[in-house]
Unconditional design. Structure first.
Length: 281
């Protein structure tokens, strides 16, 4: 098995990442079940009586919900850096980890491929997609405006709990920098900005931001080899203060600048030699 294959717990072997299984602990295994004739639950969901129209419809709906849950879990792994760009995703292992059959995993991967988070290779399966430099730049430009809006709204609508959460995440970033743990810092940086977006109380903004995040901050932070982790964490101190002080314009400006500055880090990423070939094609 290669070093980038997703192992039993969903993490790439040989990398110093936290166990993906830990991310699964809050949620019980998603086992598809259907009601039996006596009203109890039976683990034969995928073997429902397809001659019964109502039961068939119920099974299809359950499959759709299950696939969506699997998709959200895989996307979370990508967002938090547990599945690094280029990592192979093995259907059977993901299914075993989540306690589901391969069908919802396959459907989830197809959906993620359509969204651009995963690439499907004939006879090789799925891998976390490696974005091109152009894609990252475009994603950052759009995300910068989304985060500016998020910062402005968060400053206006934030609660005391929001400030408590942001302070804890800022401290976690700083501690990760002290340990030289780029992966953990990237994860807490993502959570810091995610908390700001949530504080905006705008679900549409949150959805659009989440679609761009895997191709921006997380990828860049974990790909740049010589990045100053302490500098990255300290950059968030002024943003935290702006939101605490409810300075909407400063929070918007700092959020935008944080995002745009990530473009400068692109020069430090070791790009694949065949990227030019893929772009020209």
């Amino acid at each position: 098995m290669s070093g980038n294959d997703v192992g039993m717990a969903g993490t790439p072997h040989g990398e110093g990442t936290s166990d993906v299984a830990a991310a699964c602990e809050p949620t019980a295994p998603m086992v598809l079940q259907r009601p039996s004739s006596d009203g109890s639950r039976s683990p034969k969901g995928l073997k429902a009586d397809m001659t019964n129209p109502e039961e068939r419809q119920s099974t299809l709906v359950t499959r759709a919900v299950l696939s969506e849950g699997v998709k959200d879990r895989i996307l979370t792994w990508i967002l938090e850096g547990e599945l690094a760009p280029g990592s192979r995703i093995v259907e059977t292992r993901v299914a075993r980890e989540l306690g589901v059959s391969q069908a919802p995993v396959r459907e989830a991967l197809r959906d993620l491929a359509i969204l651009g988070f995963v690439e499907m290779e004939p006879h090789k399966g799925a891998r976390v997609r490696k974005p091109s430099r152009e894609e990252l730049t475009q994603a950052i430009e759009v995300r910068a405006e989304l985060e500016a809006l998020g910062g402005r709204l968060a400053a206006a609508r934030r609660t005391e709990q929001c400030i408590v959460d942001l302070e804890a995440l800022y401290l976690a970033m700083d501690e990760a920098a002290d340990r030289g743990d780029a992966h953990d810092q990237a994860r807490n940086t993502t959570r810091f900005h995610e908390r700001i977006i949530k504080a905006a109380h705008n679900p549409t903004l949150e959805r659009q931001w989440a679609m761009l995040e895997p191709f921006s901050r997380t990828y860049i932070t974990t790909s740049v080899r010589s990045v100053d982790l302490h500098r990255l964490s300290k950059r968030h101190e002024l943003l935290l203060a702006a939101i605490r002080d409810q300075d909407e314009e400063l929070a918007a400006d700092l959020s935008r600048r944080h995002a745009v500055e990530a473009i400068d880090l692109l020069d430090d990423i070791e790009w694949e030699r065949d990227e030019a070939t893929r772009t020209e094609a």
